[in-house]
Design a protein around this ligand. Sequence first.
Ligand code: AP5
Length: 213
Amino acid sequence: MIVILLGPPGVGKGTQGKLLCERNGLHHLSTGDLLRAARREGTSLGKEAQAFMDAGKLVPDEVILGMVAEKLTELGDTGVVFDGFPRTVAQAEGLKNLLVKLGRQVDRVVVLSAADDILVKRIAGRRSCPDCGMIFNVYFNPPPADGCGDCDLSQLTHRADDQEETVVTRLEVYRRQTAPLIDFYETSEAEVRHVDGDQSVEAVQGALQAALG
Ligand code: AP5
């Protein structure tokens, strides 16, 4: 099964994508996580992506498509949940061509949504573990007092692109470049489902599981 989680920054794609994969034996493929790992490792891809990410802009399509093609080929027939990809019509077209070559197809597109003020607060409060990638929120899902098991509280990080002015740019970029994908997929063979992202994590997860059924 190939699932695409579509939605604005902070709506919960990462949180939900990880849970969905743990519970259904699927592979969580987040282009944002892959880019952040490349930055930490100091690879040429990471260096190329850095300025775009810090400004809240999209990394060029050809860089993203190359990275996804390599990962999908490695994964063989494993089911995949895409988080943060595709983000432009060019990426969606590129994915379609790639899947045709691999004899696969997009099965479901789930669109998560929430109001902008909720998104901004979720992003401002987000803290993540640099080792295991666990995501917390100082307002909605505080980390345990002794940390996540891999690191203590002082090591949890606030993403460089989570500053308020960058978040405004990321929301604009989403509306202009990524939201048109909802129409793109509604006129394709994939089934598109809409889920309200402004509910508890478990309620959103329940709706997502139902959307895959
Ligand atoms: P990426 O890492 O993909 O970021 P994003 O799409 O902006 O999404 P976020 O990670 O901010 O939010 P999310 O929806 O995953 O929410 P989360 O679960 O963390 O991309 C970063 C950058 O990389 C881009 O700006 C771009 O530069 C580049 N990039 C990546 N992919 C690219 C591509 N395909 N093409 C070009 N460039 C690309 O939740 C947010 C917070 O809310 C957390 O603290 C969480 O604990 C909390 N939370 C989640 N759900 C709930 C809930 N139900 N109730 C209360 N709190 C909740």
